[in-house]
Design a protein around this ligand. Structure first.
Ligand code: GFB
Length: 419
């Protein structure tokens, strides 16, 4: 399936016909922008990098047709379940609603890009890196430089570059690869892409190196709003809310419009289901962000206080904690509250993997009357955005747990939605 909304840019046999020319459009073959991210990055930072690149592609489309090729999800560090089958080459449609993405920018899946290509080739790869010498004064700049690290390998036999290519290393190759030192916003890549290459397919690797053009403005929120989760995952989350948390959209005032482009809420429109939801980030965070993560006992104390304050009797826990820690939390919370955790069926796990289960957790947290997250976790940040889109009062969203030694317990920055 080729998803492309702008009919002037649609890639089909008919494009050459006179109608297109009559409409005043000069026919151009679309070009494909691919990207990848530092292999160690987690799912929710990757979502943020998508936003930077989607805005770039939207800007490129002002001058000619470009299509964003969605990088398949493969082998993420946090996806460790062994009972879910392969977690390689997962297409974006498993997690996101592609029609919705397309309402911001034309996108296709990587396998569709391969089907459209005569050969499994990406013509040019630009591997972004920092400046070896660092920088004193922040100014936008980019230069071709020797690679500081190079994960690609030149294959003498095929005269092509070999690389990871989202788990397609056995099939896909590149014709050209260069390293570019860059300091700048994603939009800064546009003049480079228009002036320095005429390749049909260009891949930007280590795309997290470039920053958002404008963090938090209306365009930022448009692309964020376009990232709706897949309908199936939303339905699984909704069914759980209805069954265990007495949470139904009509009642909770969280009904979605058919298209994100028609949805505009005010703070306080959404009420949310009668439960407190917490994102309790544990696993590697306990080690890496020791100062930000509370003990289980202290987390329970804060949750009980908040639930009492807001008169909520149910607590939903989204967590990557092992079962033992979750049981410990329940023990500390005690009988005063009912505590819930989403338990996927075998079928859901097989079908939607660790990534899908995490999204269901996020979706349930997004619909709670009150949300409390973990400091500096992009997983918690994405729940906060989702709640901004639904129209919650910021008081009910921008809350976090604190470590017992953190007496100030500063609450999260409120990145409020802009239209
Ligand atoms: O999403 P993420 O980048 O958030 O990475 P952080 C955390 C991953 O752990 C998620 C799983 O994508 C999930 O796979 N996970 C975390 C959870 N919390 C939950 C939860 O409540 N429910 C479920 N089902 N899964 C950063 C990473 O994580 O932490 C960096 O991006 C680094 O790579 C750093 O590891 C320490 O921003 O929280």
């Amino acid at each position: 399936m080729l998803v492309c909304k702008n009919t002037a840019y649609q890639h089909s046999e008919d494009d050459h016909d006179e109608d297109v020319l009559k409409q005043g459009f000069e026919y151009k073959e679309p070009r494909y922008l691919l990207y990848d991210v530092n292999p160690g990055e987690g799912f929710n930072l990757r979502r943020d990098v998508y936003m930077r690149i989607a805005v770039l592609v939207q800007n490129l489309n002002k001058d000619g047709p470009w299509i964003l090729v969605l990088p398949p999800w493969s082998r993420l560090y946090h996806w460790r379940s062994r009972d879910v089958g392969s977690q390689e080459r997962i297409p974006w449609s498993t997690f996101f609603d592609l029609t919705s993405l397309t309402e911001f920018v034309p996108v296709i899946e990587f396998h569709e890009f391969l089907e459209l290509s005569k050969e499994p080739i990406i013509e040019e790869v630009y591997y972004l890196q920092n400046y070896k010498e660092g920088w004193d004064k922040w100014e936008e700049k980019m230069d071709k430089r020797p690679c500081l690290v190079n994960p690609y390998e030149w294959d003498r036999e095929s005269q092509r570059w070999r690389g990871w290519f989202f788990g397609y290393s056995d099939e896909v190759e590149a014709l050209k690869m260069e390293c570019i030192s860059v300091l700048g916003h994603a939009g800064f890549l546009k003049p480079f892409l228009l002036a320095n290459t005429t390749a049909r397919s260009v891949m930007i690797d280590r795309a997290e190196t470039v920053l958002h053009d404008r963090y938090g403005d209306a365009v930022f929120w448009q692309v964020r709003r376009s990232m709706r989760f897949s309908k199936k995952l939303r339905e699984i989350g909704d069914a759980y809310r209805a069954e265990f948390l007495d949470s139904i959209d009509e009642q909770d005032k969280t009904v979605l419009t058919d298209s994100w482009t028609d949805m505009k809420t005010n703070h306080g429109d959404a009420l949310g289901g009668p439960y407190l939801a917490v994102h309790l980030r544990r696993a590697d965070f306990v080690r890496v962000r020791e100062k930000d993560v509370p003990s289980i006992k202290h987390a329970a104390k804060q949750l009980k206080e908040l639930a009492r304050k807001h008169n909520l009797k149910k607590i939903f826990v989204a967590t990557d904690a092992p079962l033992g820690e979750y049981e410990e939390l329940k023990g500390h919370i005690g009988k005063e509250f009912d505590v819930f955790r989403f338990e996927p069926t075998k079928e859901v796990k097989q079908m939607y993997k660790d990534g899908g289960v995490a999204i269901i957790d996020q979706w349930i947290c997004a619909h709670a009357r009150l949300f409390v997250g973990t400091r500096e976790s992009t997983f918690s940040f994405r729940i906060q955005d989702e709640r901004e889109i639904l129209g919650f009062d910021p008081e009910m969203t921008f809350n976090r747990l604190c470590n017992e030694k953190d007496k100030k317990c500063e609450q999260p920055t409120r990145w409020l939605i802009q239209y």
